[in-house]
Design a protein around this ligand. Sequence first.
Ligand SMILES: [Zn+2]
Length: 333
Amino acid sequence: MVSYKELGLVNTREMFAKAIKGGYAIPAFNFNNMEQLQAIIKAAAETKSPVILQVSKGARNYANQTLLRYMAQGAVEYAKELGWEHPQICLHLDHGDSFELCKSCVDFGFSSVMIDASALPYEENIALTRKVVDYAHQYDVTVEAELGVLAGVEDDVQAEESHYTRPEEVIDFATRTGCDSLAISIGTSHGAYKFKPEQCTRDPKTGRLVPPPLAFDVLDAIMEKLPGFPIVLHGSSSVPQEYVDMINAHGGKLPDAVGIPEEQLRKAAKSAVCKINIDSDSRLAFTAAVRKVFDEKPGEFDPRKYCGPARDLMEELYKHKIINVLGSDGKAE
Ligand SMILES: [Zn+2]
């Protein structure tokens, strides 16, 4: 048993309380390799933003759980070296799908876990979430739960159809599970293809897809039922078209990739939404930078020469999200 406190990590409780009061959101960035982690920590340290490092089950399988935990511990020290005196870094399990997986993360130094039982019938979702909460809270590890179903594909998580969170269920759910935050479905979606072209309209000038707006009425109804309760948005990449264009210009093929417009996320960040998950955008930045080097310098074979630019582009992206979308800069001095 390793406590996250020994690793210098923090749970989400105080982060979320401050974010709701302050009208901003905490970035939750997924990572599974060193360059991504360096970029996240540099961006957070330089902007003094609290940050949530997310590890999915897939990332855990890819990078090895022991290595990931030491990477997170190293990230805290790296942040201090960068001049961030009191780093607020949370290590969070993204989309835990069983009690055993969540327990293993709690025992392994995670400061926060998500139990995603949203695909189960309502009562079973409550029972499994409650079980994880009972275990995690013994160690002061915070728990995110999910109600409602997001469409899209993310690692092992996938659903064809979404259905919005039902506001009439949230009080009962939050009370009976004791969860610390709630991921809801209001039209965000996993992956780089968040909407089918037939769900969108097309901008007549650029020919680009314009996605349907998020269901802010559902968010409002949830906030009315649970005033001041931390809400989480998954699948909130914006799929920057400059990266999609860069990928396509250098031999890639991502037709009609589309995400959530940043002005909608900006609006959400000012509400009780206090954690916004961004994964696909950094994948796109990484791929765009690597493709560009491969295309322009076909003789290059030193991984540092293409992972370096990828890291730089991701750092730029993370800073942009922190400062211009979530508003979390300067909140962890
Ligand atoms: Zn998710």
